[in-house]
Design a protein around this ligand. Structure first.
Ligand SMILES: Cc1cc2nc3c(=O)[nH]c(=O)nc-3n(C[C@H](O)[C@H](O)[C@H](O)COP(=O)(O)OP(=O)(O)OC[C@H]3O[C@@H](n4cnc5c(N)ncnc54)[C@H](O)[C@@H]3O)c2cc1C
Ligand code: SF4
Length: 447
């Protein structure tokens, strides 16, 4: 049972501190400091243990969020990690990297800032590692079946761990020299240190999963050979094909894809030597795209000492009131989203939105559809939320569709420093840093 007054006594959402900009841009270590335990537990106590916990629906893993929020509040970390691992093989990855749709869906977000679910998740697993309770779970008996998993990104690793624990003999084939997929060579150290990945790989190896790195399936070994050698073959090869921009000049010298740039930077950050590394040092850099990958390039270019960095992004500037993430922090889809959901759940007349302006009541703030033209949601058995749609989108098959972002904004923006160009030396006080270190700026220079 959650603290019934927790959300009333602690109204402020507190996140861990970030290391100061002038310090963190000088190294590759993670940005966030550890949050004081008591403060984190008070934050966990804000969870209301909702009758209909929309956080469940926001989480793609179906994490049992209210349960481990309450266990964290009480400091019952052993039970907490048991509930967390029940749905999530690698909370230490998701606790650092996931964009936390659970928080956008959190019911508390209607009237306050949402519960810091992601931090509670991260702390629960880190407490478990510290206490030594994340131990190899070796299967009691083997099934005699063999499985080849191709690809060692988070998908391949999670599948391999589950299959190994079920008693199958599992080999993971990976064309890179080390396992981890994009978590190792795409995502920079300052977002997730690779020691976090390595300690989990140690557990998996001790459980019996075997890794065959430096082996490209289709080149070093054929699919047919794998089919003959194993009872089953599981594909988890990710999507390493870059998406170019079909614009004039897109193939000029100096135009590079993020995944040609980031892996070398990651290797160097870990002490490896890379020949012909693409470096941003003393260069004027333009980054096209401001999502996670763009943010990683930004943080990497800053740490490499770029002379200036310009970020081009089709969405409104992060941190501005027009940005959907900013809205999401304040209200989970501008409370308009909640109204039809409640109607679906209770059959009653939806309450008037508490925080949206008349304009946003009339039109969906994300896709611009007027309410009257939006399809009426139908209750689904699982969640009683609009079937097939994101819990954050009331109308909005459009917003929840595969190409929502380009449509969500009617205007694009490009942002440039208004004063001196950004450099390592000017970073902390430059417009670049200010714009991107806003709390609402998930995945920007702070990374
Ligand atoms: C720069 C960057 C930053 C990101 N940041 C975030 C973030 O902050 N938060 C977030 O949630 N997501 C983020 N993502 C997305 C996230 O990394 C991916 O969604 C996730 O890694 C996909 O996992 P996966 O296991 O499907 O594939 P991958 O991680 O791509 O792993 C696939 C693996 O398969 C291997 N492989 C492919 N073909 C073969 C073959 N023929 N033989 C052997 N091995 C093969 C590849 O080498 C690779 O190691 C980011 C992505 C990038 C590129
Ligand atoms: S929606 Fe928010 S307040 Fe409700 S149970 Fe989930 S985390 Fe707790």
């Amino acid at each position: 049972m959650a603290d019934p007054r927790g959300f009333l006594t602690v109204r402020e959402r507190q996140l861990p501190q970030r290391r100061p900009v002038p310090v963190r841009i000088k190294d590759w270590r993670e940005v966030y400091e550890e949050q004081e335990r008591g403060e984190l537990q008070r934050q966990a106590g804000r969870c209301m243990d909702c009758g209909i916990p929309f956080c469940h629906q926001g989480c793609p893993l179906g994490n049992l969020i209210p349960e481990w929020n309450d266990l964290a509040r009480k400091g019952e970390w052993d039970d907490g990690i048991e509930r967390l691992h029940a749905t999530n093989n690698f909370p230490e990855f998701t606790g650092r990297l996931c964009p936390a749709p659970c928080e956008s869906a959190c019911v508390l977000g209607i009237s306050q800032d949402p519960v810091t679910i992601k931090q509670v998740e991260l702390r629960t697993i880190e407490e478990a590692f510290e206490a030594g309770t994340v131990v190899p779970e070796v299967p009691e008996r083997l099934t005699g079946k063999t499985v080849a998993v191709i690809g060692s990104g988070p998908a391949g690793l999670a599948a391999a761990q589950q299959l190994t624990r079920a008693g199958h003999t599992v080999a993971v084939y990976e064309r890179a020299d080390k396992p981890g997929g994009l978590m190792r060579y795409g995502i920079p150290e300052f977002k997730m240190e690779k020691s976090v990945l390595d300690r989990r790989l140690e557990q998996m190896t001790a459980e019996g999963t075997r890794f065959r790195c430096g082996t490209e399936v289709g080149k070093d070994i054929t699919g047919e050979q794998l089919r003959q050698r194993y009872d089953a073959v599981l594909l988890a090869t990710g999507a390493t094909v870059p998406r170019g921009l079909p614009v004039e000049g897109g193939d000029l010298d100096g135009v590079v894809q993020a995944m040609d740039y980031l892996p070398d930077a990651n290797r160097v950050a870990l002490g490896e030597t890379v020949e012909d590394q693409i470096l941003a040092t003393d260069k004027d850099v333009v980054i096209i795209g401001g999502g996670d990958t763009g943010a990683d390039c930004l943080g990497t270019a800053i740490r490499q000492g770029a002379r200036s960095i310009t970020s081009l992004e089709i969405m409104p500037q992060p941190g501005s009131s027009a940005h959907p993430l900013t809205r999401g922090r304040r209200t989970p889809c501008c409370s308009v989203s909640r109204a039809p959901t409640r109607r679906a759940a209770t059959g009653s007349t939806p309450p008037a939105p508490s925080r949206c302006s008349p304009t946003s009541r009339a039109r969906c703030a994300r896709c611009g559809s007027s309410r009257s033209s939006a399809p009426r949601p139908a209750a689904s058995r699982r969640s009683r939320a609009p079937s097939g749609r994101s819990p954050r989108s009331w109308c909005c098959s459009r917003w929840a569709s595969s190409a929502p972002r380009a449509r969500a904004s009617s205007s694009s923006w490009s942002w440039r420093p208004t004063t001196a160009p950004t450099s390592r030396a000017t970073g902390p006080t430059s417009p670049t840093s200010r714009a991107c270190s806003s709390p609402a700026t998930r995945g920007a220079v702070s990374r």
